[in-house]
Design a protein around this ligand. Structure first.
Ligand SMILES: *[C@@H]1O[C@H](CO)[C@@H](O)[C@H](O)[C@H]1NC(C)=O
Ligand SMILES: *[C@@H]1O[C@H](CO)[C@@H](O)[C@H](O)[C@H]1NC(C)=O
Ligand SMILES: *[C@@H]1O[C@H](CO)[C@@H](O)[C@H](O)[C@H]1NC(C)=O
Ligand SMILES: *[C@@H]1O[C@H](CO)[C@@H](O)[C@H](O)[C@H]1NC(C)=O
Ligand SMILES: *[C@@H]1O[C@H](CO)[C@@H](O)[C@H](O)[C@H]1NC(C)=O
Ligand SMILES: *[C@@H]1O[C@H](CO)[C@@H](O)[C@H](O)[C@H]1NC(C)=O
Ligand SMILES: *[C@@H]1O[C@H](CO)[C@@H](O)[C@H](O)[C@H]1NC(C)=O
Length: 432
């Protein structure tokens, strides 16, 4: 056991330093645990997933999918043929804000040709995050505030095939990023889309242009006019959109004074927030426009700053009653220039309605799990949801949507040696 603990500690420590990548944890799932990691094309170091997951099987995509265009992180994956819930545990600093990204590439690893029907649910701890559909090479992202020393990322089998995952990435965001009103300890957000407006010669702009390794996917449309500058854009601290992303923008074509940016439909209960990023680089005449999210005026008579980043958002979540969403910019009557947009982010709310295990109990039982090498079904939240509660762990609800661990039965866990001080951190424990 001591060896295992040492191994875990070593890998976690090694995950931190690599120059320029402090706060990154990049995991290539399904990679042989005894292999070393590697540096990918943009310079990010990927580790095998062994220390972060106890269950599942290593798999490889079919050889015909392995090519220079497929990211190396997608060559292998971890599948979860057994168990209703399987989770990775990612090391976090309680109270810090993170971006977590999951990559999925099915690559017919099981020969079942099931990409058109395969789907399963993703949970961030006990909270529903998204449903993963395998018919695309998919990326799912969320931003959350860590509530304990570990953040579980879970895959729930909903009966539509075997869950799997190719890549798990964690990026520490500064506390100021995305503010303190939109992402809090009691609400996280799911990325719906993040776009770099206008054509670029790369499909995605990421690290090192974005120090947080956010993905900015390019989007262009023949109904938009393209603008660009080579001047550096002064960034701001709330969204820190990279200068390279802001150096391009779109405008309406012709003399149109309204820029229709995006429409989408979602008839689920999801609520949305939209972050629009601007930087002007035509300082000739006044540019002024109203910024709409559906019929809601997010900002009246907005003037983007010259060669300096600015943004428009409303710090409340919005659900359209008819499920139709659109984002529109409309020039005011004093504007001599047309409206413009440089970058766009759309998120939906991940609500935290579910009861969770009290974070100190969670940290303590994770320490016990690692110290004694307990595996069983010890992954995800120890108490919730009830059908996946950890074997041998009994919990009791307390106020404030928290549960305490009140009883621990390790009689089937082959424990040897002295009783660890880690047990004393379970301060509500009545039975051991
Ligand atoms: C999957 O598709 C391939 C090619 O279409 C076919 O040869 C193979 O039999 C299919 N396998 C299954 C399990 O359906
Ligand atoms: C903007 O660039 C894209 C990609 O090159 C192109 O498809 C589009 O037609 C351009 N828009 C205009 C108005 O030229
Ligand atoms: C745009 O407006 C100007 C000035 O009114 C006019 O000369 C020009 O023909 C218009 N262009 C288009 C494409 O309508
Ligand atoms: C945007 O949504 C509003 C409210 O549903 C609607 O009135 C408007 O026509 C829509 N605009 C576009 C361009 O779809
Ligand atoms: C411009 O719009 C403002 C606000 O809608 C209005 O009060 C004003 O009369 C308009 N001016 C002209 C010249 O149309
Ligand atoms: C404890 O909380 C869970 C989740 O909210 C709930 O399902 C369960 O009924 C609660 N148990 C008690 C005894 O209140
Ligand atoms: C608690 O467990 C951790 C392993 O996660 C171990 O490193 C530590 O020494 C343990 N602490 C005590 C006091 O036993």
């Amino acid at each position: 056991m001591a060896l295992l603990v040492f191994f875990v500690a070593f890998v976690l420590a090694a995950a931190v330093p690599a120059i320029g990548q402090e706060g990154f944890l990049s995991i290539d799932c399904g990679r042989d645990a005894t292999s070393s990691g590697y540096t990918d094309a943009v310079g990010i170091f990927y580790f095998p997933d062994g220390p972060y997951v106890d269950s599942g099987e290593n798999q490889q995509v079919l050889a015909k999918y392995v090519s220079r265009t497929l990211s190396r992180t997608s060559y292998t994956l971890r599948s979860f043929p057994t168990g209703g819930r399987n989770c990775y545990s990612l090391p976090t600093n309680s109270g810090a804000k993170y971006l977590v990204r999951l990559g999925f590439f099915y690559g017919n690893y099981d020969g079942k040709n099931s990409s058109s029907t395969l789907q399963f649910d993703l949970y961030l701890g006990v909270n529903y995050w998204d449903t993963m559909y395998a018919y695309l090479d998919n990326v799912y992202e969320a931003v959350f505030v860590a509530w304990a020393s570990w953040a579980p990322v879970c895959f729930i089998n909903t009966g539509a095939g075997t869950p799997f995952v190719s890549t798990v990435e964690l990026r520490l965001l500064g506390t100021e990023l995305y503010g303190n009103d939109i992402v809090t300890a009691s609400q996280s957000m799911r990325m719906h889309m993040r776009r770099d407006m206008g054509p670029t010669n790369v499909y995605v702009t990421q690290y090192p242009h974005d120090p947080y390794d956010r993905f900015w996917w390019q989007i262009n449309d023949p109904s938009w006019a393209n603008l660009s500058t080579t001047s550096t854009i002064q960034t701001e601290s709330k969204f820190k959109v990279p200068s390279t992303v802001l150096q391009k923008a779109i405008m309406p074509t012709g003399n149109n004074t309204v820029l229709s940016i995006m429409t989408w439909q979602d008839t689920t209960e999801r609520e949305y927030a939209v972050f629009r990023h601007f930087a002007d680089f035509q300082n000739r005449e006044p540019r002024q426009f109203d910024v709409y999210f559906d019929v809601n005026l997010a900002k009246e008579a907005f003037r983007p700053s010259y060669l300096t980043a600015s943004y428009v958002y409303t710090s409340s979540w919005f659900k359209a009653t008819d499920g139709n969403y659109n984002i529109t910019l409309a020039a005011t009557n004093v504007s001599m220039l047309q409206p413009m947009l440089n970058a766009l982010e759309i998120y939906s709310l991940i609500t935290h309605h579910s009861t969770t295990t009290f974070f100190k109990d969670f940290d303590a039982i994770m320490a016990i799990k690692f110290e004694y090498g307990v595996k069983k079904n010890w992954m995800g939240d120890p108490c919730f949801p009830k059908e996946y509660a950890w074997d041998g762990v009994k919990c009791r609800n307390t106020s404030g949507n928290n549960a305490r661990i009140v009883s621990l039965d390790l009689s089937n866990s082959n424990l040897r040696g002295v009783i660890s001080d880690n047990f004393t951190s379970l301060t509500a424990l009545e039975n051991l």
